[in-house]
Design a protein around this ligand. Structure first.
Ligand SMILES: Cc1ncc(COP(=O)(O)O)c(C=O)c1O
Length: 308
């Protein structure tokens, strides 16, 4: 395969049957989003956000793009902005892993590190993120830049409605259930909306950390967990409860174990949200013995984590 531009690599990821996790009763498939050029599912959102901003004339060549990001959206935006000819600044709380900061800088973007309000190295809290968001918004205003605002920006949901959902459907029309964890919710909401528009019988399952299951329980017992990029302890602005047939919670130890199983046994070097998704898919399969084909997302590469 030859492509003319790195942006053409964003999309069309394969579905792989997880043969070390599936059995003769159920097939669990992982969609390999970590194979995208920025190493995560967020490349799709980044590409769509920038295309939509150009189309609506909120962004033009040479103009600054600014976003608060703890990693994956930053890597996606860094490579997409380079292609479009826009300088990109990622605003990140200091507690993020050095790997993530390095990846974004290595992709040609600038990084502003903000002080933490109440978190510490390796643990970024909601308050740290809110403060970094404010810095990013102010920076964009001062530099007449385009502030991406991924939680409120509808382009992410659109990317998954128009690309990821149809890809899953084309590859596996016979699916019973789709499972995904929630950060901004773009992945879960966009794909679920598409799949249900084609076949309302497909069950869509959201995944949350056990102690920060705000969508399922309305409360946060402990905001800290290992599933980076998800479970922020807030209800995403575009959240639509009618798309979630069930919400399955997962605890850190089982997520860690499943992530390691995917790496050691399945040959897929992925991060913790992938482990969380597969763990939830297994729980769904146990509770719904008639389900034959379950699809979930392998969100990002294990190279982004220092302890994997
Ligand atoms: C590692 C990882 N997994 C899952 C997600 C969730 O994606 P979304 O924001 O589409 O809900 C993210 C989002 O940044 C992420 O970084």
């Amino acid at each position: 395969m030859i492509v003319q531009n790195v942006l053409r690599l964003i999309g069309n990821t394969p579905l792989v049957r997880l043969d070390r996790i599936s059995d003769n009763k159920v097939n669990i498939y992982g969609k390999l989003e970590f194979m995208l050029p920025g190493g995560s599912v967020k490349d799709r959102s980044a590409y769509q956000v920038i295309q939509d901003a150009y189309q609506s004339k909120r962004l033009k060549e040479g103009q600054w793009v600014v976003e608060m990001t703890s990693g994956n959206m930053g890597a996606g935006l860094a490579l997409v902005c380079k292609q479009f000819g826009n300088p990109f600044i990622a605003v990140m709380p200091k507690g993020n892993s050095p790997e993530r900061i390095k990846i974004i800088r290595s992709l040609g973007a600038e990084v502003i590190l903000t002080d933490q309000v109440n978190g510490f190295q390796g643990q970024v809290t909601g308050k740290d993120i809110a403060y970094a968001m404010k810095v990013a918004e102010d920076y964009a205003a001062d530099h007449k830049g385009f502030y991406v605002d991924q939680f409120n920006n509808p382009s992410s949901l659109k990317a998954h409605f128009e690309t990821t959902g149809p890809e899953i459907w084309n590859d596996l029309p016979d699916l019973d259930a789709f499972v995904a964890s929630i950060g901004t919710g773009g992945t879960f909401l966009g794909i679920s909306k598409f799949l249900k528009s084609i076949n309302s019988k497909i069950k869509c399952i959201a995944v949350e950390p056990e102690n920060a299951a705000i969508l399922k329980t309305g409360e946060i017992k402990n905001p800290k967990h290992i599933i980076q990029g998800t479970g922020y302890g807030l209800i995403p602005p575009h959240w639509d409860q009618s798309l979630a047939d069930e919400i399955i919670t997962v605890a850190d130890p089982e997520v860690e174990q499943m992530t390691k199983k995917l790496c050691f046994e399945q040959g897929l070097y992925v991060g913790y949200s992938s482990g969380a998704n597969v763990m939830a898919a297994v729980k769904y399969a146990r509770a719904h013995v008639k389900a034959k084909n379950i699809v979930t997302i392998l969100c990002d590469t294990g190279y982004k984590y220092s302890n994997l």
